[in-house]
Design a protein around this ligand. Structure first.
Ligand code: SF4
Length: 378
């Protein structure tokens, strides 16, 4: 079983908080880029080692910026390079202002059955301030258009801790989101990434950061409100109606191999991480010359152990101690269970009957420090 991720690095403007790799050069680079991604798929399909591809995810950037003929050329090209007949979940990320009725109607025929939309907020003033191009009304309209077009699996992304947001306005936003009844919700706390416009605005005093205690309150409120509305909290930042977990993202958390295509995409096969360059020119040039563009790094034993613990604890499945022992040996298992005991006694962790260690609600609030304690300490 494997997943394929395709990075579409085009945006029509830059949001103030974003440090993802993206460019505004869709018009001149869109066609050559799509052809390069297909060429890369042909070049690297062997890395899948015959595993059946179950999930395909187009992220960005803004994949919904790709004109439909280009998106279609990309999907057809990928389908010729890689066997996609076993794909059960095909997600595309979209911005609400790109979701026209025509765009939405073109998705199902391409095989797309899930749309992940960056809504972020329902307050127009805040949306404008962080450089988003859409309004709250456009986000609502986009959800309706996707439903009308038969897309039955919609995920909405939210950000809490945005400048100007209060606990009360956040509660209203969560309520509005629940009322839209998406199958899946991802919510991330705002981070101030060095080099972004938002970072500079904070440095110059133009923007005031929401205090950490208030952000925690927003997060607690989110968890409570979504649970009461029937959403399962299956990963620290992710919530889903029963049966609607993101299968693609779950594969990142449970060690399933994935092939990442496109500029700045990462791949992982259980041992080796491969990183494509975050540079369009370099990426297209190398791939079209028939060479892989990636740099690779084999993870050490310690890195793999730390990833297993950290990614496992982020999810409601937790860390399976028996599997940890099988894969990393008795010493690692003894270390993990000894450190975990302290956090069980403190109420941050619990052990399920089948031997999985899972963060409690209190533990989720302290997740960084619990994870640090359980990671390998030489
Ligand atoms: S649309 Fe997405 S990728 Fe593009 S700048 Fe905004 S947050 Fe970043």
């Amino acid at each position: 079983m494997a997943g394929v991720y395709v990075h579409i690095p085009f945006c029509s403007s830059r949001c103030s908080y974003c440090d993802f790799f993206s460019t505004l050069r869709l018009r001149e680079a869109g066609g050559p880029y799509v052809d390069a991604v297909v060429a890369e798929a042909l070049l690297r399909r062997g890395e899948l080692r015959g595993a059946s591809v179950r999930t395909l995810y187009m992220g960005g950037g803004t994949p919904s910026q790709l004109p439909m003929p280009l998106l279609s050329r990309l999907v057809m090209g990928l389908g010729r390079a890689i066997d996609l007949s076993g794909v059960e979940e095909f997600t595309i990320e979209a911005n609400p202002d790109d979701v026209t009725p025509e765009w939405a109607r073109s998705l199902l025929p391409l095989g797309v059955n899930r749309v992940s939309m960056g809504v972020q907020s329902f307050e127009d003033g805040i949306l404008r301030a962080i450089g988003r191009r859409h309004t709250a009304a456009q986000a609502v309209e986009a959800v309706n258009r996707l439903r009308d077009a038969g897309i039955g699996n919609i995920s909405l992304d939210l950000i809490y801790g945005l400048p100007g947001q209060t606990v009360e306005s956040w509660a209203r936003l969560v309520r509005q989101t629940i009322d839209l009844a998406p199958q899946h919700i991802s919510a991330y706390g705002l981070t101030y990434e060095p080099g972004t416009r938002l970072w500079r605005q904070r440095e110059s005093g133009q923007v005031v950061e929401v205090p950490e205690e208030q952000c925690l309150e927003m997060y607690r409120l989110l968890v409570d409100m979504l649970r009461e509305s029937g959403y399962e909290h299956y990963e620290i930042s992710n919530f889903a109606l029963p049966g609607c977990h993101s299968r693609h993202n779950s594969s990142y958390w449970d060690d399933t191999p994935y092939l990442g295509l496109g500029a700045a995409a990462h791949s992982y096969d259980g041992r080796i991480r491969r990183y494509n360059p975050g540079d369009l020119q370099q990426y297209i040039g190398r791939v079209m010359a028939g060479e892989p563009a990636f740099e690779s790094e084999e993870l050490t034993w310690r890195e793999r152990y730390d990833e297993r613990v950290m990614l496992g604890l982020r999810t409601s499945r937790g860390v399976d101690a028996a599997r940890l022992r099988e894969d990393f040996g008795d010493e690692a298992w003894r270390y993990f269970t000894r450190e975990a005991r302290r956090h069980i006694d403190a109420g941050n962790l619990m052990m399920e009957q089948d031997g999985r260690y899972v963060l409690t609600d209190d533990g989720i609030m302290l997740s960084d420090s619990v994870m640090r304690d359980l990671m390998w300490d030489d």
